[in-house]
Design a protein around this ligand. Structure first.
Ligand SMILES: *Cc1c(COP(=O)(O)O)cnc(C)c1O
Length: 491
């Protein structure tokens, strides 16, 4: 099978999966996508597999022939019991929906689903490239992704990770989570300034010829392993199948009967993985795309117009505070099947901050997607109602999807069984959840205690006693010191 990947913007280069992981972005600035018809998976052959075996089956369809056993080993390591609950992704009935909890990994949020596997895929990719190199990952972070990356790469052989966070741009808990990170191959550095300063510094490091030469001399492969890497996307296809198979197992649907998925969306990577699962034979009737007050996706899926000329809001579901959903470019490619048209739309986005798809495309989009959004107050009241009436405590992001799905069901009377993807533990955003559940406004540092006391629901181990853990990283640098700092630290 010739399962190669190409860029959404039409450059001629075709790469296999491992080379695509190493390259990250397409050479023309596009995103890597499969250039082959995705094979149909036979649902009955997947029933009863463990999560890691299912992951191996799904992900193996993307890799070069002969490397499947290596992928299976990587999946077994990533989704082990040390990292996740035994069930990996529990699916629990809540009201009229089924909630698939993607937050039982080491940082209690959905990014773990991909970031636990990506480091293993990256080392595999380096081995396949035929040159003995180590990966050096540089990341600027404003919040939770940095911690998830640290947990994913910590002590993974053949990798080193350095995370740079802005002194003035992370919450007290986020900072504490990062500076207490253990692992022989990790470093966490504070950068004076805000997130933009930290991000600019890391970009400078990537652009530095002297740093690149220093890395080459040490056989280090410099990469960001960022959110649009195909190695972040493919692992997310797995839990769409997993949740479906759970509903079959429980007799909610029979194999082949379609279901809906409701997805709290920001960069659109989570939802796009579902679209790919559907192309691999997963019976999906509808994707319900849920947004917060930054409702650019709601507008796109209802009007066909994507327009970033609008205010940006900081909300109580911060991981969804996004104006440019990068992975939408992959959706356009999959639906249009035409790289030239994608390139044209992306040029309009760059030049005018806006593009519009035609009527035919819009009607195709509307036949598969519904979309809606919740205000911050609606998020709070959704958490409150689900906790008090249905005995389920949701985080702010999950609440967005629960609320949007409830409204969808009321307005359409579509009774198709629906899986709501839950993207974070309520204890990951304790202040907002505490306010919704107890009505009390308390500082983030004590919100976990107050929420635990009020509900009795267990705090995930990874979020326990964070403020008491020993600080292992206390380096602070100016943005312009980043290159010399990295060069020095690699010797
Ligand atoms: C990243 C994230 C999202 C958004 O997922 P996308 O793939 O960017 O659409 C939603 N909720 C939480 C908690 C997240 O961390």
């Amino acid at each position: 099978m010739d399962n190669k990947f190409v860029s959404t913007r039409g450059s001629a280069t075709r790469l296999d999966f491992f080379a695509s992981v190493l390259q990250g972005l397409g050479e023309d600035g596009g995103l890597m996508v499969p250039d082959f018809a995705l094979p149909q998976l036979d649902l009955s052959s997947l029933q009863g597999l463990s999560y890691e075996a299912l992951a191996a089956r799904v992900i193996s369809t993307f890799v070069p022939e002969g490397t499947e056993p290596l992928v299976a080993t990587a999946c077994a390591r990533a989704y082990s019991r040390q990292a996740f609950l035994e069930e990996v992704v529990p699916v629990v009935p809540v009201g009229e929906a089924y909630v698939a909890e993607l937050f039982h990994g080491p940082t209690a949020a959905f990014k773990d689903m991909a970031l636990q596997l990506l480091p293993h895929l990256l080392t595999l990719s380096l081995k396949q490239s035929g040159r003995a190199r180590q990966a050096l990952i540089l990341t600027a972070t404003s919040g939770d992704t940095g911690k998830a990356a640290l947990e994913g790469f910590a002590d993974v052989e053949g990798t080193m990770i350095k995370v740079f966070y802005p002194v003035d741009g992370v919450s007290p808990i986020q900072r504490q989570q990062m500076i207490t990170q253990s692992g022989s191959n990790v470093e966490v550095v504070a950068v004076r300034g805000n997130f933009d300063d930290a991000q600019r510094a890391v970009k400078e490091a990537f652009a530095s010829d002297s740093l690149r030469e220093a890395c080459d001399a040490k056989d280090l492969f410099l990469t960001s392993a960022n959110s649009i890497n195909i190695g972040r996307l493919v692992p997310q296809i797995v839990y769409y199948f997993h949740a479906y198979l759970k509903l079959v197992e429980r007799g909610v649907v029979s194999a082949g009967e379609p279901i809906n998925y409701a997805i709290p969306s920001g960069n659109f990577g989570n939802c796009l993985a579902g679209v790919m699962a559907r192309r691999m034979g997963l019976p999906v009737r509808r994707f319900i795309v849920a947004s917060n007050r930054n409702n650019i996706l709601t507008d796109f899926f209802t009007t066909g117009i994507y327009d970033v000329n609008r205010p940006f809001y900081k909300t109580n579901a911060p991981a969804m505070d996004i104006l440019v959903s990068s992975n939408l470019e992959r959706l356009l490619y999959l639906l249009l099947g035409d790289a030239l048209m994608v390139r044209n739309l992306m040029a309009q986005l760059r030049d005018k901050g806006r593009y519009q798809v035609d009527e035919a495309m819009l009607s195709r989009i509307r036949s598969l997607f519904s979309a809606g959004w919740l205000s911050e107050d609606e998020v709070v009241s959704t958490i409150r109602t689900f906790y008090h009436d249905r005995h389920y405590m949701a985080d702010t992001h999950t609440a967005v999807a629960l609320g949007v799905y409830e409204r969808y069901r009321r307005e359409t009377s579509d009774a198709t069984p629906t899986v709501v993807l839950s993207t974070a533990s309520p204890y990951k955003f304790p202040a907002a959840v505490c306010k919704a559940v107890t009505g009390r406004d308390v500082p983030e540092e004590i919100a976990t205690e107050v929420l635990l006391h009020a509900t009795g629901l267990p705090v995930p181990d990874s979020l326990k006693d964070i403020m008491e853990r020993p600080v292992l990283h206390n380096k602070v640098i100016d943005p312009n010191q980043i290159v010399s700092h990295i060069a020095q630290s690699i010797g």
